[in-house]
Design a binder for this molecule. Structure first.
Ligand code: SF4
Length: 361
């Protein structure tokens, strides 16, 4: 995972570490990023399954700097490596798309959020619905794997709207849709205008139906993909696999117990690397209990579900015997099914995944 923090506009609801693009010194930033990559390359013992540029808005980065950065990883890439970049519709033009493709980027994740112009305005987005759809068509003409983000649970949004938007995204050429429930801090003026959970679940159910008609699988609570277009990068997170993390505020994981986080300040990040130091800010060694929580919470959100055999082998704990009555209740209420030692939540069950996970721990 590579974090590129710069954004043209800082959205009021954003939780990620971001910085204003107008203050960016891209050459200097990428020099530091290249140094961090070189420090980490010796740790790669096998070809990369996925390389993911997240942010921020990575698409505001000069394409030649992205290309040179990807070149550092070239010996570890295969024709099969998924190379994703998050992009904003405002940065989509034929030159950029061609340059990204030439750099090896084979998947674009586009921050559409909505296809309703007043909603986009309320969310503080700089693009329009028309430009978002046009962007998908343009990307899809060069790069065959295009994901689009949608937000549902928006104040004053009709129930059917997210599904209508999801259908339009698929028709424009999106191969993957991520639909996120809008979350707003309780102190924010929009918070009290949010619809209740039941309304938002109805919205996502309609999204799932609209996309299923076009062959998309609802493979994780928030994610829908055509067969073979599921996000490999996210799949690795959900399976608890290892990943390196580069860039300010990026989090890494060794696949076992150790997590680490880089400093969340791009200028401090650049300074440290320039001076021969490390951008590392925190390291955390997870306890068995913390790992258990992560495994249960992430796996129940996916279509693969919670593998009870693997859980027993790893944590010496038999969830099936301990929660026999609860499992039976979940099956009876059609919230989950149990087969081949896997607990898989139904659509409604996945909407309650966090509550169900909490009961198992
Ligand atoms: S563009 Fe995306 S990353 Fe940047 S501030 Fe807005 S929501 Fe956050």
């Amino acid at each position: 995972y590579v974090h590129l923090p710069f954004c043209e506009v800082i959205c009021h609801y954003c939780d990620f570490y971001t910085a204003r693009a107008k203050d960016a010194r891209h050459e200097e930033f990428f020099e530091a990023l290249n140094l961090e990559a070189q420090q980490n390359l010796p740790k790669l013992s096998q070809p990369l399954d996925a390389l993911y540029f997240g942010g921020g808005t990575p698409s505001v980065s000069p394409p030649h700097l992205l290309h040179a950065f990807i070149d550092l990883f070239r010996p570890h890439l295969t024709p099969d490596t998924e190379i994703t970049m998050e992009a904003n519709p405002a940065n989509i033009n034929p030159e950029n798309v061609k340059a990204w493709k030439a750099a090896g980027i084979n998947r674009i994740s586009l921050g559409v959020q909505s296809l309703d112009n007043p909603t986009l305005k309320r969310l503080g987005r700089v693009h329009s619905a028309e430009s978002a759809l046009e962007s998908i068509r343009l990307i899809a003409s060069e790069i065959k794997n295009v994901s689009a983000d949608l937000i549902y649970g928006v104040p004053e949004q009709d129930k059917e709207i997210p599904a209508i938007h999801a259908k339009a995204l698929a028709e424009a050429g999106a191969t993957h849709v991520s639909a996120y429930h809008l979350t707003i801090p309780a102190s924010h003026f929009l918070h009290r205008r949010l619809p209740d959970d039941a309304y938002a679940w109805d919205q996502i159910e309609l999204v799932a139906e609209a996309l299923a008609q076009r062959g998309f699988r609802h493979y994780e609570v928030s994610n829908f993909g055509l067969p073979g277009k599921e996000s490999r990068n996210n799949g690795n997170y959900w399976r608890g696999g290892p990943y390196l993390a580069l860039g300010p505020s990026a989090h890494g994981f060794d696949g076992d117990r150790t997590r680490w986080k880089n400093v969340a300040d791009w200028e401090a990040y650049v300074r440290r690397l320039k001076n021969g130091g490390s951008p590392l800010d925190e390291t955390e060694i997870l306890t068995d209990d913390q790992r258990k929580i992560e495994v249960v919470f992430t796996s129940l959100r996916t279509l693969e579900g919670l593998d009870l055999t693997a859980f027993r082998a790893r944590f010496r704990e038999d969830l099936q015997s301990r929660h026999a009555a609860f499992f039976a209740k979940l099956e009876e209420e059609k919230l989950a099914s149990l087969s081949n030692e896997k607990l898989v939540l139904s659509f409604r069950g996945r909407m309650l995944a966090d509550e169900i996970a909490a009961k198992l721990l």
